[in-house]
Design a protein around this ligand. Structure first.
Ligand SMILES: [Cu+2]
Length: 161
């Protein structure tokens, strides 16, 4: 079977590109530990904030829990136009697992200065785990337009020395 030289070159080039992309994906996933936020769980956005119905229905001060020394988890509810809890305090070097869901519309969840960036959809729980080695204040912003108060929607993570 005869294949035109130019066509053959394009086939070789496309296969090569796919191999490069696959390699980049493997390196970022295994060498750098980059995680893609995955839908962790489905919830009903109409009842998710009902007291007793889910961790997001608990009082705000009970939504951040210390599971073990330097191991924390936080259940954050995004709604127009706040994150609750809107202030999380953890000691330096802690790992923090975030479970974030929305009870109304689509929101964003970006911790500034880090690569933590999740889309928050009603009915879906997005989760990521991060370790905070540098003390300081990390700002969390909503980076998906969610209505007139969108620019006021933020929270902070306080990492203590
Ligand atoms: Cu928002």
């Amino acid at each position: 079977m005869h294949i035109d030289t130019r066509e053959r070159n394009y086939i070789v080039l496309s296969v090569l590109l796919m191999l490069i992309f696959a390699t980049a994906l493997m390196v970022s996933a295994f060498a750098y530990g980059i995680q893609v936020p995955v839908p962790y769980e489905r919830v009903d956005p109409r009842t998710v904030a009902t007291p007793g119905a889910s961790p997001w229905g608990n009082p705000v001060e009970e939504r951040v829990r210390e599971l073990a020394p330097n191991k924390y988890e936080a259940y954050i509810l995004a709604q127009a136009w706040v994150f609750l809890p809107n202030k999380i305090t953890i000691p330096k070097g802690s790992s923090l697992t975030l479970y974030v869901t929305s009870k109304d519309v689509q929101h964003g969840f970006n911790i500034q200065g880090t690569n933590i960036n999740m889309m928050i959809l009603p009915g879906q729980v997005s989760t990521l785990t991060a370790t905070f080695d540098k003390p300081g204040t990390y700002n969390i912003v909503c980076n998906e337009y969610c209505g007139v108060g969108h620019q006021t929607m933020y929270a902070t993570i306080e990492v203590q020395p």
